[in-house]
Design a protein around this ligand. Structure first.
Ligand SMILES: NC(=O)c1ccc[n+]([C@@H]2O[C@H](COP(=O)([O-])OP(=O)(O)OC[C@H]3O[C@@H](n4cnc5c(N)ncnc54)[C@H](OP(=O)(O)O)[C@@H]3O)[C@@H](O)[C@H]2O)c1
Length: 325
């Protein structure tokens, strides 16, 4: 597994493991997944050198952190553990108190990375970062990160913290690049990291889904997976399949390889099974040729999904048509 260097030292695996799915009802993977598969996935991830494990207090209301804590028993030092504070009332004392609760659930005495999950303009960033600073001073948090912050907010968070805010976790994939693209040059020039979430566009880039075959649960609300956008993604998916076939890998693996090609990007795909986790880990060693990466970027540029307003209108039209039938 390739790693990303921080301060000149190999640190994070280029492919990490996202754990929103752990214990979460909205993904619909069920009890057996929460009780057995998730822990097995985490341990297998460590075996394969997938060290960056991302969770959040909000995932399954703490259950994701609890599952990770149990699965990490005896192996804590093999992981680079990242969690997030949900930004409701995230004043300094609240940030500290919520970090301690995450640490208890995770069964550890330190977080390698603690991230603000979303910007909250209602709470001064200085107060949020004061909480982060105190956690660092106490040795409970090693690095501070943000998530879903644009560049101006990322820099403001850093100014407020007084030291680097090492990473920004944002949606980034061949299907969605609007938010991350402006962050990449700055991250590269300043030794910061962009953590790509939903790097498979929640399954769209696996090429398994189509207008008649759409995943349920939380993904019903993802406009990318609506029939209109699955149609629009045909060229992107065809290009992905072509590149994947040339390397004898799956479209999902080729999509991940494209995402982590940038030196300052790591990706944290979620997984439904140990087998998916293994496939995703393999993608961490897959090198795409320049022309393949360029073809994928061009196909990504040409992918113009309908936005939420357009898709709502399209959904209304479909419902009306169904009623008329
Ligand atoms: N900071 C934030 O605001 C934020 C927001 C969202 C997510 N995240 C983090 O990012 C992580 C990943 O994002 P995500 O879960 O939204 O989306 P994702 O990683 O793009 O998609 C995950 C889904 O893709 C499918 N998949 C995974 N590996 C596959 C493979 N090798 N082949 C085929 N299909 C595969 C699985 O679903 P099926 O097999 O069921 O199709 C899996 O549940 C989350 O777990 C979470 O940690 C953070």
């Amino acid at each position: 597994m390739r790693t990303l260097e921080i301060d000149g030292v190999p640190a994070w695996s280029k492919i990490g493991l996202g754990t929103w799915q752990f214990g979460s009802r909205e993904w619909g993977y069920g009890e057996a997944y929460a009780r057995r598969e998730a822990g097995a996935m985490l341990r297998r991830a460590l075996d394969l050198g997938v060290t960056l494990i991302d969770t959040a207090e909000i995932y399954a209301f703490g259950e994701s952190e609890r599952i990770i804590g149990e699965a990490l028993a005896g192996r804590r030092d093999e992981a680079f553990l990242a969690s997030k504070v949900f930004p409701v009332a995230a004043f300094a004392p609240v940030v500290e108190q919520r970090a301690r609760a995450s640490l208890r659930r995770l069964g550890t005495d330190r977080l390698d990375l603690y991230q603000l999950h979303w910007p909250n303009p209602a709470v001064p960033i200085a107060s949020q970062m004061a909480g982060m600073r105190r956690l660092r001073v106490q040795g409970l948090v090693q690095e501070v990160g943000v998530s879903n912050f644009d560049l101006a907010r990322w820099r403001a968070a850093e100014a407020a913290l007084g030291v680097r805010v090492l990473s920004n976790q944002v949606q980034h994939s061949l299907a969605v690049r609007r938010f991350a693209d402006p962050l990449l040059d700055w991250a590269r020039a300043n030794g910061r990291v962009v953590i790509a979430y939903s790097p498979l566009a929640q399954g769209l880039l696996s090429g398994r889904y189509g207008p008649g075959n759409v995943p349920g649960g939380v993904r019903r609300g993802n406009p990318l997976l609506l029939p209109e956008n699955l149609d629009r993604a045909a060229h992107l998916l065809a290009t992905l399949r072509e590149v994947a076939t040339a390397h004898d890998v799956t479209p999902a693996q080729a999509a991940l390889a494209w995402t982590v090609r940038h030196p300052n990007v790591v990706a944290i795909p979620g997984a439904a099974s140990v087998a998916q986790l293994e496939a995703n880990a393999q993608a961490g060693d897959l090198e795409l040729a320049d022309d393949e990466a360029a073809a994928l970027t061009a196909a990504s540029d040409a992918f113009r999904p309908l936005g939420p307003a357009d898709t709502a209108r399209a959904r209304a039209r479909r419902t009306l048509a169904a009623v008329r039938r």
